[in-house]
Design a protein around this ligand. Structure first.
Ligand SMILES: Cc1cc2nc3c(=O)[nH]c(=O)nc-3n(C[C@H](O)[C@H](O)[C@H](O)COP(=O)(O)OP(=O)(O)OC[C@H]3O[C@@H](n4cnc5c(N)ncnc54)[C@H](O)[C@@H]3O)c2cc1C
Length: 371
């Protein structure tokens, strides 16, 4: 393939991982609106690797990523991006029992446990009320910062450039090339623009191609709560299978989320005090932790296409705009495989796996919007 000038918009996990892959063969410039990289969704995640989480295409990409995580952990000077955690998925009513059954069906390696066995793993779980539970030994923590720094570093080593404080504000297609403008007054010429703008993915698509993908940015809250009792660092992540709360140890305290999904415009979101209060209440209802005090909290955006699968490939209206958006709540755990798939699509225009290609094809979002 001829060497191309590629302008990647967005310096979160999506932009640096695909930018790194493309920099093998192309001249890559990555522009990021903020003064530093990874300040939005990527810097606000719960840093979990859950192979049974999300729709089938996400689970497939997460499983494919595992081998790459292992390869990275063996490179000299690269901190291991995955560490063991374990995941305890619990059910307390009929709807969470149904969700748990679906989870176990999608991930047969999970082990069904009794409530007593669950309390060996997390002794503060209440003895009464839990009706079913399963353990995923493969749930892990991700060192998000190490993974992001690895991709940004290799992107630079391969000759790519990264410009921060540079928000894309205009892009014209003139004589088969892009003439782009950023908020710092700089101008950029490129053959292809990559849209890796996360929650702003529709804005960038509208700017470059006159139409977005119908993305939905959804706020999710994370709370770090002080515990009246010491929290052992080796507790698993404990979750309600129907996704109404989860918690895991975090630096001697407890990281919790109410699994909120409030649709909001793209921006620097803050937690709603009601969401913060509700997760303390929900976790206190199923444990003997007696949480009352919050050390800190934050919120970030998980941005979904209508079917919750990523959107990867040329924009339907503008082939020179390559879409790499819709990573939802899984953009860290599936980043290694998704970047490789994105690079293959960029290079050849197709994938050997036709099912995967159809699941992530941007044209499906346009069809959905027309209906
Ligand atoms: C609370 C929470 C918990 C999560 N937990 C997990 C988890 O446990 N595991 C997991 O795998 N995933 C998790 N996620 C999801 C994961 O964080 C995201 O899928 C991933 O970070 C998305 O990366 P991104 O690069 O697409 O977006 P971002 O990190 O938001 O990056 C997009 C970047 O584009 C920039 N940008 C936007 N517009 C422009 C423009 N016009 N010009 C230049 N730059 C622009 C923005 O400034 C931003 O930095 C979680 C998310 C949240 C919010």
């Amino acid at each position: 393939m001829t060497r191309q000038r590629v302008l990647v918009v967005g310096g979160g996990m999506a932009g640096v991982s695909l930018g790194c892959e493309l920099a093998r063969e192309h001249d890559v410039v990555l522009i990021e609106a903020e003064r530093s990289l990874a300040v939005h969704s990527t810097g606000r995640s719960a840093a979990l690797f859950l192979a049974g989480y999300g729709p089938a295409v996400v689970r497939e990409l997460t499983q494919r990523s595992e081998a790459e995580f292992v390869r990275l952990s063996m490179l000299p000077g690269v901190p291991a991006p995955l560490t063991p955690r374990g995941g305890l998925f619990t059910a307390w009513d009929e709807s969470s029992a149904a969700a748990l059954a679906a989870l176990v069906a999608a991930r047969p390696t999970m082990t069904t446990l009794s409530a007593d066995q669950a309390r060996v793993l997390c002794p503060m779980l209440r003895a009464d009320g839990m009706i079913a539970c399963a353990f995923d030994a493969d749930a892990r923590d991700i060192d998000v910062s190490a993974l992001h720094s690895y991709y940004a570093g290799v992107l630079r080593q391969r000759g790519g450039q990264i410009a921060t404080g540079a928000r894309l504000v205009g892009a014209d297609r003139i004589k088969s090339q892009w003439q782009a403008r950023t908020s710092d007054g700089r101008r950029w010429v490129a053959d292809v623009v990559v849209n890796a703008a996360g929650a702003w993915g529709d804005e960038v698509a509208e700017l470059c191609a006159g139409a977005g993908y119908g993305l939905s940015p959804r706020r999710r809250t994370v709370v770090i709560a002080r515990s009246p009792r010491p929290i052992p660092a080796d507790w698993p992540v404990v979750a309600d299978a129907a996704e109404s709360w989860y918690f895991k140890p975090e630096g001697g305290a407890l990281l919790l989320s109410p699994c909120d999904e409030t649709e909001v415009p793209p921006g620097d979101v803050k937690p709603d005090p009601l969401d913060v209060a509700s997760v303390l209440e929900r976790v206190n209802a199923v444990t003997r932790l007696g949480l009352r005090s919050v050390r800190t909290s934050w919120a970030g955006l998980r941005t979904f296409a209508p079917d919750r699968a990523p959107v990867v490939g040329p924009h339907p209206n503008e082939p020179a705009l390559f879409s790499f958006v819709g990573q939802g709540g899984y953009g860290i755990q599936m980043a290694p495989a998704l970047a490789q798939v994105g690079a293959e699509l960029f290079r050849t225009g197709s994938l050997t796996d036709a099912v995967l290609a159809a699941a992530i094809d941007p044209r499906r979002t346009q069809t959905a919007l027309e209906h």
